[in-house]
Design a protein around this ligand. Structure first.
Ligand SMILES: Cc1cc2nc3c(=O)[nH]c(=O)nc-3n(C[C@H](O)[C@H](O)[C@H](O)COP(=O)(O)OP(=O)(O)OC[C@H]3O[C@@H](n4cnc5c(N)ncnc54)[C@H](O)[C@@H]3O)c2cc1C
Length: 500
């Protein structure tokens, strides 16, 4: 999808009003829509989505092998059992989401090909005015809403992040970013270079290995990987016993979450032991002669970046087969036929894939204005990573790095629905979060603690993100295991909530 291709907008002819407007039809937006129908059945709502279909991440990314890197028991919704292998393809995830839409009659609430450009809050009317454009016709569409539920994810869907290297323009082959995978890319028998070593590279390489001449993963620095069978034995056993799918989903979620919690704690309590385990298991998969010290031994502590799961060790099988290889070095410059590395080594390639990440996008690249003043989210303080000081009647779903995103999408949805019902019960038209007297001297910090999580896209975009305080109320703690108990217990009449 290319925003530049969207026709210029016309003047809107009508304005439609909804109680709630959800931005985005990805896993968060569809989840939000479901929860509204269950928890706030008398509220009207609409979901606006730029793309031509639902799925968000899973419709945007079309590169070979595209799959989840966390299990679908927890990446799936808590209310809809996942019945297949835990690591799922984009197609399977889209199918699952499609069932949620169909089973709950959500399609009538979704407007595709509507790109929101501007959101204006008026305190005089206590409502948002949303200006959108039809991406097919360029027609302008205006909506008003009492509450804005931001489910637009965290990165720009129209294009991924590609750094600039000297000489790039001289390269005669094709440069492709996985986020904009061309339908006509023919890599059969070709020499392919993948720049990057995150989950995307780890997915692409085994998926392409059988067809290419050779595929090289070029990384500046190594990443941690976990590997295992793409199956959950407990789920298989329960299925054999003909236990109901709803039960299996719940039991397996609990098991996974219990184990993830234990693992995450270990990465903090005994990082060196975990590090050795992770590296040791890669060595076992690649054999004793493979140079794991150079290529699979990261410099950072485990979990400071998302840990990529390699189902059935397919990346390592690709390397063992000789079809794929890893080079750990830095690019000095591009040439007409490949790249020259800082070590002086050259890598020739017919196709270069830049698996170099995302462009962080603050709230859907929408121009936000509150009572005539343009909003800079970096000037706000976040309430638990879901609301912002000075921004009335709005919530944002930002998931977890170390646990499945959807765990938080479900939790935030419960919170938003509870808040909407609370407002209705109070007769309130507006809710805003504000620092309490005891928070006035609170130290304001960047959204994410770099020591805790240091993914490139977050660091590149940190200056755009809201501030956090040093209390859990004023931070996205990234801690599902606390939030699952804390969120339902939030006192909506606490001093941090200001109603009007
Ligand atoms: C390749 C890949 C694999 C991933 N795998 C996992 C995983 O296994 N587990 C995990 O927990 N997380 C994973 N993530 C993170 C993932 O993005 C989230 O987990 C999740 O899919 C986000 O869902 P979302 O609905 O919040 O946002 P998105 O999936 O980003 O969807 C947002 C939607 O909002 C729309 N939108 C944005 N701006 C506007 C606007 N202005 N107007 C209208 N519509 C707009 C977009 O078009 C998009 O469809 C992965 C990410 C990527 C890129």
């Amino acid at each position: 999808m290319n925003d530049a291709a969207i026709p210029a907008s016309t003047t809107p002819v009508t304005t439609e009003h909804f109680d709630v407007l959800i931005v985005g039809a990805g896993i968060s937006g569809i989840g939000g829509a479901y929860h509204l129908t269950q928890q706030c059945p008398d509220r009207t709502f609409v979901v606006l989505e730029t793309q031509a279909g639902f799925g968000g991440t899973w419709i945007t990314h079309k590169y070979p092998g595209i799959r989840s890197d966390s299990d679908l028991h927890t990446f799936g919704y808590r209310f809809k059992p996942w019945r297949s292998a835990p690591i799922a393809s984009a197609e399977e995830i889209l199918h699952y989401m499609g069932e949620v839409i169909e089973e709950n009659d959500l399609a009538k609430h979704i407007r595709y090909r509507h790109r929101i450009d501007a959101a204006n809050w008026s305190s005089a009317d206590n409502r948002w005015t949303i200006d959108a454009r039809r991406t097919d016709t360029g027609e302008a569409a205006r909506f008003t809403a009492n509450f804005l539920w931001m489910c637009q994810g965290y990165y720009r869907h129209s294009e991924g992040y590609t750094p600039h290297w000297d000489g790039m323009e001289t390269y005669k082959g094709r440069i492709v970013h996985p986020q904009n995978w061309p339908d006509d890319l023919d890599y059969k028998g070709k020499n392919v270079l993948v720049i990057g070593s995150g989950a995307t590279a780890a997915t692409l390489i085994p998926a392409m290995a059988a067809d290419v001449g050779h595929i090289t993963m070029l990384q500046r620095s190594p990443t941690y990987f976990r590997s295992g069978r793409n199956a959950i034995e407990l789920a298989e056993e329960l299925r054999r016993l003909q236990v109901k799918e709803e039960w299996i989903h719940e039991i397996v979620r609990r098991k996974i979450l219990f184990e993830q919690d234990a693992f995450t704690r270990r990465t903090f309590d005994e990082p060196e032991a975990v590090r050795q385990e992770l590296i040791g298991s890669v060595q076992a998969l690649l054999g004793p002669d493979y140079d794991v010290a150079t290529h699979f031994t990261p410099k950072y502590r485990p979990w400071r970046q998302r840990l990529a799961f390699v189902p059935d060790g397919d990346l390592f099988a690709g390397i063992r087969s000789g079809k794929a290889s890893v080079v750990t070095d830095e690019i000095e410059r591009f040439t007409a036929t490949g790249v020259v590395l800082k070590s002086g080594r050259t890598l020739e390639a017919d196709i270069i894939i830049t698996a170099t990440g995302f462009n962080l996008c603050m709230l859907g690249d929408i121009d936000f204005v509150v009572d005539g003043r343009r909003l800079a989210f970096a000037d706000t303080v976040t309430y638990r990573g879901m609301m912002f000081t000075g921004v009335p009647n709005m919530a944002w779903v930002f998931g977890y790095f170390r646990a499945s995103w959807t765990l938080r999408a479900d939790l935030v949805a419960d919170f938003v629905c509870r808040l909407l019902n609370h407002m209705q019960a109070k007769g309130a038209h507006r809710v805003e979060v504000a620092l309490r007297p005891e928070d006035q001297d609170m130290k304001l910090l960047p959204w994410i603690d770099e020591e805790n999580f240091n993914a490139g896209y977050m660091l590149r975009g940190m200056h755009l993100l809201p501030k956090r305080g040093d209390k859990p109320e004023w931070a996205h703690t990234q801690d599902y295991w606390n939030e699952k108990d804390e969120f339902p217990a939030i006192d909506l009449d606490g001093a941090e909530f200001v109603y009007g």
